[in-house]
Design a protein around this ligand. Structure first.
Ligand SMILES: [Zn+2]
Length: 452
């Protein structure tokens, strides 16, 4: 099929809807859009731009194809890969109309392993810039190492994104996007009346990265890292939980709003990945094992995630788990404050590697959590379409349904501006002009479990 007949086109910029349109595709692009000659009286089908998952890790897998198919089947037509390798930079996956588009990737994530000192960090940034990285991602850094990373990235003209350096003043980070609201206390520390005290406390308890590099320890290190990635909240110490309690009790709305306005003014984006934050901090919540979308995860993933939940329940008692839950409620409130103050937001999931985060399906969980936080359906649609286009400087080819743009679209059976749940009502996906009906999407969905 090289066209869609009689659809309602949704403009994610303002939520306006133009009914009874025919959309023609050519060479993977939208060739033209015009009024339907004789509109039918059937149920309205709504067309929106394909969804973008702005925080995902499918290319970490040895064979990413099944996970990518799964993502596409949930309407994800593009993604920002959040961890790279020298091999990935040398050899990016070829365009494939059965997978979402790789929109950007960093090189290796910066941690004390490859960036333990300012000099090492600067050298690594230079290497990645020369190898063609689209951005630099920081996972673990001290404020001093961060300063070296930022300075070198500025020289190379590359944006820096990622996790805030441990114990830094949130306002001093010049990230283009902050991931996971920190992670940990991150943003919340910057909203506290006890900010200085908390910052010192956090800096005193940095994430314990294994003492790298150790020759011959590569594989063991890999296994350790994979276990940490599954649920980093598992490493939370009683002292860190005390700091969390303190941050919750001293949260100040005025400071939160001032921080949000700072992000708006400095165009610092936040990719909250609420589903990831919730899956970490509420890892043992029964909502996760009973999620019907779990059937799309592989047996191996389900087993690892169940074990992660068990370990979480074993380590943290009920009152400690309650602190994590309160923290999550406050993080959702923070997202609402960011939105109200005009701080830019991106939809993302942290899919692949994270416990309870099902590739593809998790972006819909993110929509629900953003809605629960109080974002309007239109704002949620924007965080997955026109906002990523703006962030990635791809507005000329994506973000709206307009002639000349990539034919990456999602068909919905209900108006996505009327209710966030309507974003789940997928009845088709168009990727580079190739149309997948509901019948085509099911085999894509099941390819992930079949491969395991
Ligand atoms: Zn991630």
């Amino acid at each position: 099929m090289d066209h869609l007949a009689d659809v309602a086109v949704v403009d994610p910029r303002d939520g306006s809807i133009t009914p009874h349109q025919d959309i023609h595709f050519s060479a993977g692009r939208i060739a033209s859009i015009g009024s339907t000659a004789s509109p039918g009286g059937g149920r309205t089908r709504f067309v929106v731009p394909g969804f973008v998952d702005m925080h995902a890790h499918p290319l970490n897998l040895a064979d990413p194809t099944p996970a990518l198919r799964l993502m596409l089947s949930f309407g994800i037509t593009g993604y920002r890969q959040m961890s790279g390798t020298p091999a990935l930079l040398r050899n990016r996956p070829a365009a494939d109309s059965r997978s979402p588009r790789l929109l950007a990737t960093p090189g290796s994530v910066l941690t004390p392993i490859n960036a333990g000192t300012p000099a090492q960090a600067a050298a690594e940034v230079r290497r990645q810039a020369a190898a063609g990285a689209d951005f630099i991602k920081v996972a673990v850094a001290t404020p001093v190492v961060y300063a070296a990373i930022q300075a070198e990235a500025d020289r190379a003209g590359l944006p820096v994104v990622g996790h805030l350096p441990t114990g830094i003043d949130v306002r001093k980070a010049r990230y283009r996007s902050i991931e996971h609201l920190g992670p940990g206390l991150g943003l919340l520390a910057g909203c506290s009346d006890h900010e200085d005290h908390l910052r010192t406390a956090i800096a005193g308890a940095p994430l314990k990265a294994p003492p790298f590099p150790i020759p011959f320890a590569g594989r063991i290190a890999e296994i350790l890292i994979r276990r940490i990635v599954l649920n980093p909240a598992q490493l939370t110490t009683p002292a860190m939980l005390d700091s969390t309690r303190e941050a919750i009790d001293t949260f100040t709305e005025d400071k939160a709003r001032a921080l949000a306005r700072h992000f708006a003014a400095s165009e610092t984006w936040n990719c909250p990945t609420l589903i990831r934050v919730k899956a970490q901090q509420l890892c043992a919540d029964p909502v996760f094992p009973s999620d019907p979308d779990l059937r799309y995860a592989t047996a191996k993933e389900r087993k690892a995630w169940t074990a992660a939940a068990k370990a979480f329940r074993r380590k943290f008692d009920e009152s400690q788990r309650a602190v994590f839950a309160e923290q999550f409620a406050l993080q959702q409130r923070m997202v609402k404050i960011l939105d109200e103050e005009g701080a830019p937001l991106l939809a993302g999931t942290d899919a692949v590697g994270a416990a309870w985060v099902v590739p593809g399906a998790s972006l819909h969980d993110e929509f629900d959590l953003l809605s629960e936080a109080g974002l309007t359906p239109l704002r949620i649609l924007q965080t997955a379409t026109v906002d990523p286009a703006r962030f990635l400087h791809r507005e000329d080819v994506s973000g709206t349904v307009d002639p000349g743009k990539e034919a990456d679209l999602v068909l919905l059976s209900a108006d996505p501006t009327a209710a966030a749940t309507n974003l789940h009502q997928l009845i088709g996906v168009i990727r580079a002009g190739r149309h997948y009906s509901t019948d085509d999407l099911n085999p894509l969905r099941n390819s992930n479990t079949a491969a395991a």
